[in-house]
Design a protein around this ligand. Sequence first.
Ligand code: SF4
Length: 336
Amino acid sequence: MARKRILTGYRPTGKLHLGHWFGNLQNMLALQEEYDAFYFVADWHAMTTMWADTHEIRRYTEEQVLDWIAAGLDPEKCTIYRQSDVPEVSELALYFTMVTPMSWLERVPSYKEQRDQITDKDLGNVGFFEYPLLQAADITIVNADLVPVGEDQLPHVELTREIVRRFNNVYGGGADGTGYIREPQALIAKTGARVPGTDGRKMSKSYGNAIFISDEPDEIRVKVMSMITDPARKLKTDPGDPDICPLHQIHKLIGSPEAIAEWDGCCRSAECGCVAHKKALAQELADYLGPFRERRKELAARPGYAWEVLKAGAERARPVTNEVITTVRRLTHIEP
Ligand code: SF4
C-alpha cells in the first residue's frame, strides 16, 4: 500500500541549534521511515519577513540542508527541495487569494502575535499578511495527506482545510471524484523537549543564546562555561536546585540516567560545583555531536552538494506538482 505523504517546511534562518535538534528534527528523522516525507526549505516564507535584506537567504538555505542531511535525513528516503524551485506553489497561492476572505487572514493568531513581537522589521507588507495562503499552497501542491504539527500550529492546518474546502466548493466537481484538490489532515507530532539557551530563555538564534549543532568543541566549551545555572546558588557550599538549572536541563537530554542522578544528588548536597559540571557537560556535548560534525564537514567539502540535493528533490516533486496545478487550471477554467 502506498505510504501517506507528509509535508514539513523550515524557514532558512541559518545553522540549526540544539533546540531544533531535540525538537522538530528528531520527528523528521522518525517520520521519513514511516511516510512519503516531503521536506522543503521555505525560502519564500523567509522573504515575507526578511524582504528588506535577502542577502543571507541562499547561504542559510545551504546551511540548513547540510545540517538536515548530516543529522540523518536521507535524500533517497525523503524528498528535500526548495520552495522557490517549485513555482507551481506561487501559482496555486494566487488562486487561493481569489477564494479566501481577508477576514480569515486577519484572524490568524500568529499574524497578530508576530506583528506585535517582531519590532525590528516592517511587517506591513502584503507578503507577510498572505503567508498562510502560501502555506496552504505548499501543502496542497504536493497532495499532502498529513501535516505534522504541534498543538499550537493546529489553526494553520485548519485554515488550509477551510481554504481548500472553499476552493472545492467554488470550482470542484466531476462525477468521477477527480475534480477536487486534497484536503489535508493534521498529524499531531510529539512535541520535542524545550531546550534552554545559555541565558536560560528558550534557545533561539535571535536571542543570541544558541549552541549550534555544528559548533566546534571550543565554541561549545565557551558557550557552556558562560551558561547560567541555579541563580540562587552563589557559593559552592550552597546547596543547588538542578530542577531550575538550565545547564542541567540540557545535560538531561544527553547524559546517562546514572550520571544525571549523580549530578543531581551532588548539587543538592553541595558536594560539587557548577564549574565542574559545566566542564563535564561541555565535553559530553562536544563528543555527542562529534559524528554529526564530521559528517557535516564531509558534505560541506563537496562543492554544490546541497544545491544538487535540492534540484533533485524539486525534480522528484515535479510530477505531483504538475498534476495538481493542471487540475487547478482545469477546474478554474484557465485551461480547458
Ligand atoms: S551544580 Fe550543576 S546542576 Fe547544580 S546548579 Fe550548578 S550547574 Fe546546575
